[in-house]
Design a protein around this ligand. Structure first.
Ligand code: B3K
Ligand code: ZN
Length: 885
């Protein structure tokens, strides 16, 4: 590092700001070659720190040119302030003052896509977490909340649209073919929620009347030509607004709500007050360009950003360690919403698969951190699955422990106490606790979910005593050591459970020592390192159904027999656990095949397994979407997590064998399923229609494993028929992986057809990056030169480079070629966009889980990245943690 090793920021060093900013009036003169920003702030000393006497006003600022500083109308001389690479300090000023600062910035040269940047001719901002300091000097921390007035001035031809937060209050013509607009946001907010957009955009419009009668104008702005792809996002927005009123009692609080979709954006979307800025990926959809997954993703992300208006914007975070206060809560809210809009069990299964795939992996590696981290170098590295997805599970546990009504009481109290404030996860917990004094929960113990990293492992054992008709369930918990946290305390783990009797019906639950009427499903609190729950009046030996609905983010180990699992697959009244039983069965089978392969034994898939899959197909019409998920085997990455040393090729071989066996042995059933779920008529995105497509495509993918000519014909016909992108892409994926002679011709055809649609081309890059064939690394390297690819566009990078890093066999190729490819890209990206580079560096983190040959390749590449001159703190933090771990 040329600037020295970057410093870590610690939660324990938090101090309230010395100065507050009540109002800020910003003027942007947007021009090529230099944008001038004039900021006038009304500042005053923070009464909370008045006792310390006068302190200098310290403002954050980076990468800009300071033009002038004034207090009131008096321009300061250079000895009255100091400028450093990180900010500006004004030494002396009265206890309350107007400070005017003029700066100049160059948005057209900003490739990091943080702060104000220009891309595809449009000006856009991204300020969370610390981008505002690249626009002007300001106390860029979320506990400084100000009222904003923003005036934008720009060329009328190239920037007909001028937007900022709040409501548009004024505007007009200016000299030299320019024009201006003024926006006022009545709600105080932290700088990270500031936004502006100026550019050549068109919009679609709708309205929403809130339950108290406010008429809100809704607009989605897109680049010309995309107007026909906004309808689904608009519907999703209206549904979110209604749902938040109905379920949380929360109403929108401005007269306009604007969304802008841009194609160069580091993440999914951003909840700026009244002006959400989105990655086009989460707005644009037409049945022929977007898959069902895209449609559902749009619904969820539009909702998520809208929900932030209360959980994040009206009540925000005191400091960035509290990030999960808004993110965990808002993800939980979007999960609840998606469950209400679609199929609840399917939604839950998808959430849990994602959590296991990415969060459990993070929790088990060198970058493991608690939901509320206590130290960071670069906050942008902490927008993680742990803060988001595990954070959402913590919220779900409040809901499970308190019930829907108790949870809502807690939420109401939270807003009553904290509206307009910047607060902590402790404040949130206190509101939940205080609103529910009658509920017995050890909140101090519950708090450990925020501070202890690592996924708890729960071991279960049970014993049935026929004579006394009692069933003893003993649970033991261990929380693994994680970096910086060698010793852990037992957690409060809510266990939702049932006991399934031999007839497949739930047995009423009567816990010894309690005399309630037995429900068939209930929640028990598992709080000790080891605890036994004794159930009485159990007429026959049951099969326990544990962690129904995945009631806690833990790993369960219970000695189910294969027969128990098949039984639960068929009979558990909890849909999640029916799926779970199937996954456990598949995981167990594949891992045992991996072991047999390593021991040089002959591999066989037992009949009972194929029969369980057959039974799933026979029941599939009851819930096609659910059935498609039961048929999906655990991913290779997830299977790898279950092994002390990942056997990359063994897992691929064993999983492929299982798929091929099912594909061959159940060929007729799969063909019937395929035919039965083809759709005629109009496209729709109801859960049933999505489910049928998912099931049909799952059947196709199994059929393709048998490599018979007929399956190939089906895939080609499905590709050529066109129609819904879900079907086209499923066929393309199967063809790309196959040996079909038409493979390259089909890939070329797709590229020709969609070369004008960036988001569709992303799918094309991704499909090729994910192919498990050995030539993939060369293909992907060649694709970097494709005219449709750009290393400067995050979506393209995520599709091609990120797709490849998620390709288990090729990224982890034994010759190290995959690691070298990724390291080259991280180094190349870091010069342009540190946030994207650091995201691309994360797949290296688990390198110690692999064999010595792969380890040495990965370690070498990590060292190579780390020793690169001028490395960003973003990549430095990930790489150095990975090497330490
Ligand atoms: N709050 C933003 C994420 C900002 C990421 C900054 N690196 C989107 C969201 O979670 O809604
Ligand atoms: Zn969010």
């Amino acid at each position: 590092m040329d600037k020295g090793t970057p410093k870590a920021i610690q939660l324990k060093n938090y101090a309230p700001p010395a100065w507050l900013v009540d109002t800020i009036s910003l003027h942007f003169d947007l021009r090529d070659g230099g944008t001038t920003v004039t900021s006038r702030m009304g500042v005053r000393q923070n009464p909370a720190r008045a006792a310390e006497g006068p302190a200098p006003l310290v403002l954050d600022g980076q990468d800009m040119e300071l033009v002038s500083v004034a207090i009131g109308n008096r321009v300061l001389s250079p000895d009255e302030y100091a400028v450093t690479p990180d900010g500006l300090s004004i030494f002396k000023l009265p206890a309350a003052a107007d400070v005017e600062i003029v700066t100049r910035i160059r948005p057209e040269e900003n490739t990091a896509l943080e702060g104000l940047y220009k891309s595809s001719g449009n000006y856009t901002t991204q300020c969370e977490a610390e981008g505002f300091r690249k626009i002007t000097y300001f106390p860029d921390r979320p506990d400084v909340m100000a009222k904003y007035t923003v005036t934008l001035e720009a060329d009328k031809d190239s920037c007909p649209v001028l937007l900022s937060n709040g409501n548009r209050v004024d505007g007009g013509e200016a000299a030299e073919g320019r024009h201006w607009a003024r926006w006022e946001d009545p709600w105080p907010k932290p700088a990270y929620l500031f936004a502006l957009v100026a550019g050549k955009l068109v919009h679609v419009e709708d309205r929403f009347r809130t339950r108290s009668g406010r008429d809100v104008q809704l607009r989605i702005y897109v680049e010309p030509g995309n107007e026909d792809k906004c309808a689904h996002a608009m519907e999703s927005l209206k549904k979110s607004m209604k749902w938040d009123e109905d379920v949380y009692g929360l109403e929108y609080d401005l007269d306009e709500f604007n969304i802008v979709a841009v194609s160069d954006f580091n993440m999914g979307a951003m909840e700026n007050k009244g002006l959400n800025i989105f990655n086009t990926k989460y707005i644009l959809a037409r049945p022929d360009t977007a898959t069902d997954t895209d449609f559902l993703g749009i619904e969820a992300v539009v909702a998520h950003e809208y929900f932030h208006n209360w959980t994040g914007n009206r009540v925000t975070c005191r400091d960035w360690f509290q990030l999960s206060l808004k993110e965990g809560l808002t993800v939980f809210r979007d999960h609840q919403f998606s469950a209400d809009m679609n199929s609840a069990p399917v939604q839950r299964i998808q959430e849990v698969s994602r959590l296991r795939q990415i969060q459990f992996a993070e929790d088990a590696g060198p970058t493991a951190h608690p939901v509320r981290p206590d130290s960071y170098i670069e906050i942008n590295n902490f927008y993680t699955p742990t803060v988001y997805e595990k954070g959402a599970e913590v919220l779900r546990m409040y809901h499970t422990l308190l019930g829907a009504a108790g949870y809502r009481k807690g939420i109401d109290l939270y807003f009553q106490r904290h509206d307009g404030q910047a607060v902590t996860t402790d404040d949130f917990l206190a509101a939940m606790r205080d609103a529910n004094p009658e509920v017995e929960v050890d909140w101090e113990q519950f708090r450990l979910w925020y501070s202890q990293a690592g996924t708890p492992v729960v071991d279960g054992e049970a014993e049935y005593d026929a004579a006394s008709r009692t069933y003893r369930l003993t649970l033991t918990q261990t929380v693994p050591a994680t970096p910086g946290q060698p010793v852990k305390q037992p957690m409060l783990i809510p266990v939702s459970l049932g006991l399934v009797g031999p007839d497949g019906e739930d047995i009423p639950l009567r816990l010894c020592g309690e005399d309630e009427q037995g429900q068939t499903s209930r929640v028990v609190q598992f709080t000790q390192a080891q605890q036994t729950f004794i159930f009485r009046d159990v007429p026959a030996k049951p099969v326990p159904s544990l962690f129904r609905g995945f009631s806690s983010p833990v790993k369960l180990r219970f000695g189910y027999s294969d027969a128990d699992l098949t039984f639960l697959m068929a009979h558990d009244s909890d849909a999640f656990n029916r799926w779970e039983a199937g996954q456990t069965l598949s995981t167990r089978l594949i891992l045992s095949l991996v072991a047999q392969r390593a021991a040089g034994q002959e591999l066989r898939v037992p009949d009972s397994y194929v029969e369980a899959m057959a039974a799933t197909l026979d029941r599939a019409s009851e819930d096609p979407f659910f059935a498609s998920l039961v048929l999906s085997l655990p991913s290779e990455n997830y299977l790898g997590q279950q092994m002390p040393v990942v056997d990359v090729d063994g897992i691929h071989a064993a999983r492929s064998l299982v798929r091929r066996t099912v594909g061959t042995r159940l060929r007729d059933r799969l063909l019937t399923t395929y035919d039965a779920n083809r759709q005629q008529g109009e496209f729709s995105i109801t859960p049933d229609a999505i489910g049928r497509r998912a099931l049909k495509n799952a059947a196709l993918s199994y059929l393709m494993t048998a490599e018979d000519a007929e399956a190939g014909k089906l895939a080609l016909a499905q590709y050529r028929a066109g129609g819904a992108m879900t079907d086209v892409l499923a066929a393309l994926t199967a063809i790309a992986e196959s040996d079909l002679p038409e493979r390259d011709e089909v890939l070329e055809d797709f590229a020709q057809r969609w070369k004008g649609e960036a988001l569709v081309m992303d799918k094309w890059f991704m499909v090729q990056a994910m192919v498990s064939r050995p030539e993939t690394v060369e293909r992907v390297t060649a694709l970097l030169q494709h005219p449709g690819f750009s290393i400067k566009n995050p979506n393209k990078v995520y599709a091609l480079v990120g797709g490849f890093a998620g390709n288990p066999v090729c990224f982890h190729a034994e010759d190290g070629s995959g690691y070298a490819f990724l390291a080259d890209r991280v180094i190349e990206l870091d010069r342009l966009n540190p946030q994207v580079a650091s995201r691309m560096a994360k797949p290296f983190a688990r390198w110690r889980q692999y064999d010595p040959v792969r380890q040495s390749h990965a370690q070498r590449e990590l060292q190579r990245i780390k020793s690169t001159e001028g490395l960003s703190p973003d990549v430095y933090e990930i790489v150095s943690r990975s090497l330490e771990g």
